[in-house]
Design a protein around this ligand. Structure first.
Ligand SMILES: Cc1cc2nc3c(=O)[nH]c(=O)nc-3n(C[C@H](O)[C@H](O)[C@H](O)COP(=O)(O)OP(=O)(O)OC[C@H]3O[C@@H](n4cnc5c(N)ncnc54)[C@H](O)[C@@H]3O)c2cc1C
Length: 308
């Protein structure tokens, strides 16, 4: 068995998600290569070479892959896939954008959001917003899989893989990069943060989200939100946690003014410790919370910040 892991990059650097995907590859078993594709990605390639269990890092450093557009990335993966039995990527926006293209071009079925490995061809994945776990077997010669990173603990960084340049340059006539608008934040990235504090509709408005800032600063936390808070325009949609937002599993998740709808729980219920602050003691969030504070968030948050 030979497995290719597509590395996740964040602003040109190796993102934490890759170490989780390599862990999933280890659970499958076999030789593990990592593909680092982008422009100016030497540092990311060196970081990938340190991941435990990786044999070889293949580096496609070319302007064609600068923004990881699905078309050139798909063509690159098609070019390399013949060497492998499995191609894995995280179920991030990039993985979800690129891997279906590979699966389609190779005429195989993609397995999405895998959270567990039974064997080299049988995998576990959540369905119905995480209310049931499906066991899925693939008979395809090439398995194309996106990994939900919260399902696998990250591998360590004491490895010393070799690196090898990939010369193939995809023809990128079909798509071109126009622009991206990124929210600037000094806070940790939501998907990889050890502590997350999220606000819901109960926050009342966007201005009140500032009440979370001081606590987030003290805890080194990322700030998230429920979909109701996003839909109401309180905060940008890249902060949304849940079934149609980001899936997080931090050490500590603090839900403030969030009722605990099943679609929100789908994005955070695997957090190690869950704290809920809600004035309604019947709120469903308390069913998953390890610690619950029943009360008015406008009183509790300033008090919590001063105590921290
Ligand atoms: C297909 C689909 C996908 C969805 N995807 C997502 C998703 O990804 N993420 C997501 O979050 N939702 C998602 N939803 C929406 C979800 O069903 C809920 O509507 C949403 O999560 C509710 O957000 P909320 O808890 O902030 O709001 P509400 O349910 O309105 O809850 C607000 C809570 O704040 C409390 N509160 C109010 N004022 C205070 C106060 N002063 N002090 C303390 N507590 C207070 C209330 O008691 C209440 O429990 C999805 C829905 C659908 C149909």
């Amino acid at each position: 068995m030979s497995i290719l892991v597509l590395a996740d990059l964040h602003e040109g650097q190796l993102a934490g998600a890759t170490a989780h995907v390599v862990a999933a590859a280890q659970a499958i078993g076999g030789d593990i290569d990592v593909l680092v594709a982008g422009e100016g990605v030497q540092a990311a390639a060196e970081a990938a070479a340190k991941l435990d269990g990786v044999s070889k890092v293949r580096v496609a450093d070319n302007a064609a892959y600068a923004h990881q557009l699905a078309e050139p990335m798909g063509a690159l993966l098609v070019e390399l896939a013949g060497d492998y039995t499995h191609v894995l990527a995280s179920a991030s926006t990039t993985g979800k954008n690129v891997l279906p293209r590979l699966a389609a071009l190779k005429d195989v079925s993609q397995l999405s959001d895998v959270i567990g490995v039974e064997s080299a061809d049988t995998f576990l994945r959540p369905i119905y917003a995480g209310n049931a776990i499906a066991t899925v077997k693939s008979d395809d010669a090439l398995k194309v899989i996106t990994i939900r990173t919260t399902g696998f603990d990250a591998v360590g960084t004491s490895g010393s893989a070799t690196t090898e340049a990939v010369d193939f340059v995809a023809d990128n006539a079909q798509s071109s990069f126009v622009k991206q608008e990124l929210a600037q934040s000094d806070r940790p990235e939501l998907g990889g943060a050890k502590v997350v504090i999220s606000g819901g509709r109960g926050m009342g408005n966007g201005e009140n989200f500032k009440l979370l800032d001081g606590i987030a600063d003290k805890l080194g936390a990322a700030i998230g939100a429920s979909r109701a808070a996003v839909d109401a325009g309180f905060v940008p949609n890249d902060m949304q946690v849940g079934q149609t937002g980001k899936i997080v599993a931090p050490e500590l998740y603090i839900a403030v003014g969030i009722s605990g709808a099943i679609q929100h729980l789908a994005g955070m219920k695997d957090s190690k410790v869950i704290v809920a602050i809600n004035k309604d003691e019947e709120a469903p969030i308390f069913q998953v919370a390890d610690y619950g504070l029943v009360g008015d968030l406008f009183e509790i948050l300033p008090e919590l910040e001063s105590k921290l």
